[in-house]
Design a protein around this ligand. Sequence first.
Ligand code: SF4
Length: 408
Amino acid sequence: MNRPPRSLTIYIGIFGRTNVGKSTLVNYISGQDTSIVSKVAGTTTDAVYKIMELLPIGPVTLVDTAGLDDSSILSKERIDRTNKVFTLTDVAVIVTEPNVWTQYEKNIVLELTRRKTPFIVFVNNYKDEQLSDSFVESIKEYKVQHSKLLNEQSYREAFLNEFKRNLLDIIPEETLNLQPLTDNVIKTHQTAILVVPIDLGAPKGRLILPQVQMIREALDISAMVYIVKDTELQRCLDSLKNKPDIVICDSQVVKKVVDIIPKDVLFTTFSIIFTSNRADFKIMLKGIEALKNLKKDDRILIAEACSHHASKDDIGRIKIPKWLSSHLGFDVKYDVCAGMDYPKDIKKYSLIIHCGGCMINKKQMISRLNYAIENNVPITNYGMVISFINNTLDRVIEPFIKAEKTGN
Ligand code: SF4
């Protein structure tokens, strides 16, 4: 089966105290021994991610977390990792045992509620205990599923049907059906040119996710898409009988291509499209203001949502710092974080410059954005910074400003 990228799946975070049956539940849902199940408390040392198709919900990532009450030597690290799972969970399952609803479970509810994450409570009812009145009272306002995890096929099917129904009842529509990248950018039957530079920073033998996703979604709406390297853009434009409706390029070649594109053709970048699709466009745009107030030796966080070996052309580590120094006329200091790593202490930064975030889900991107806002740290993204430095920001944000004005 062709696996969907994790960032396009719905993340189902499974939370609960150690040894309450979280891993058993994940294995039961997936039908595989994804998570190690043991009677020894704290067996799940790190979050375990399992991608599966859970129809009719669609592709999901089940995340089995370590219990936050883990008291083993490695517990702090495990707890930190479990805490990170809160940032990306679209919908949660709190696993508990009959008649157990303590401050521990209440804290999970508080954390999920703070993050506006919907959840169900799963009572792992394996011993058929009588439920106490106080327990029933404590969880009565939540969606609750009581089940035993029995192995008979018909029982498992009934369990899964109920489980999916419960989730479908609480998953917000915008999580269930992600907004297409083409929204506000390419309309049905329009023509788009995608400009994809193939330099040392390009992954070998493949296109990156935003490019692939854009091509697929453009096909879905019967648009015509031409894909060219920056060096072939002029030739492509010359060969078309009619001008394209939009040109979308990789941020790194904005400067090279902007003058080739006719002024009456819309122009933007993959990075800015992702920002508009995944985060709050206006907050990222506001972050650009911080660039104007930077001082020598200020510290900037370059945040990348995936890990890769940095080439000598690396956009976040090499090119942006170089272009920024030359634009500012002085040097600032940089820290880089990649993948799931994200610093807790962000107050020391004068600005966060985030990548497009194609490898993380919308929830995690929004969590990062909110964390920056809570800590009063401006945040923007690669595409906006590069376009600002190259005096093309107004032009590349035009499709979104226009869409906002016209309401489509
Ligand atoms: S650095 Fe960011 S935008 Fe680029 S591929 Fe990784 S996650 Fe996607």
